[in-house]
Write a protein that binds this ligand. Structure first.
Ligand code: GLN
Length: 236
């Protein structure tokens, strides 16, 4: 089976090695015999997200977000339809913020979000930076965060997990990230998936299930990934 992985705005939204998430998804699928079709969606491109299997969007500076925010609105209806139809989305930091209802930058510019997550983000004077550890339904996630935006989840909006080390969505309510159907938002750079193989496989399983492939994923040897996660977790 061939799976389609779409990458949202890599030219402007790909800092802190977020590209590594795409490489991990590709490799963990190829190692199990699946074929991958990788597609980039840049500013001005037409794209039907309902025909993708997994969509990835990374982090960026406020400047990069200003550039992509307007273009992202062109896809608002289609991306929300894709989310409702169970397409898997993984959005990190800057694009996580733009998949909420609204992002107000640290100098007060208001950027409209897509409303996939019922949440708002406001830029702040505090920079929340460092290694972060979460407890989630898929076990512990280890990553690196660097954001000034503070995200508040509205009531009823599920979080990805609870922070056991680090700041998370806003440094005060203990929540990190957000989940809507098969769309996952998080502040965890690192990049996230190479050090969190179980979560990478959760995204893959959801994409395969949506395509009617219910076979159990063949286990991979993740000792190196686990070692990397343990070292990252021990860092200040
Ligand atoms: N510019 C946003 C912030 O600082 C997002 C940063 C990022 O993607 N790491 O909150």
């Amino acid at each position: 089976m061939e799976l389609k992985i779409a990458h949202l705005y890599p030219q402007n939204m790909n800092i802190y090695g977020d590209w590594g998430n795409v490489v991990t998804l590709e490799k963990r699928l190829e190692w199990r015999g699946y074929k991958i079709k990788y597609e980039v969606v840049e500013i001005g491109d037409e794209y039907d997200f309902t025909q993708a299997d997994i969509v990835f969007g990374g982090g960026g500076q406020d400047k990069g977000q200003l550039i992509v925010a307007e273009d992202l609105q062109r896809h608002r209806k289609n991306i929300n339809k894709a989310n409702k139809e169970g397409v898997v989305f993984l959005l990190v930091c800057g694009l996580y913020q733009l998949f909420g209802n609204k992002f107000t930058t640290s100098i007060g510019e208001e950027l409209p979000g897509l409303g996939v997550f019922d949440a708002e983000t406001v830029g702040s004077e505090d920079r929340m930076i460092g290694n972060i550890v979460l407890q989630t339904s898929w076990g512990e996630l280890v990553g690196f965060e660097n954001h000034s935006g503070k995200t508040i989840l509205n009531s009823g909006q599920s979080a990805l997990g609870r922070v056991t080390k680090g700041y998370g969505n806003n440094g005060s309510d203990g929540f990190e990230g957000a989940i809507s159907n098969n769309s996952f938002g998080t502040y965890l750079h690192g990049s996230l998936l190479p050090k969190n193989p179980k979560f990478a496989d959760e995204l893959i399983k959801r994409a395969l299930t949506r395509r009617g492939d219910l076979t159990n994923l063949e286990p991979l040897s993740d000792s190196l990934a686990v070692k990397a996660a343990n070292i990252a977790k021990s860092r200040p």
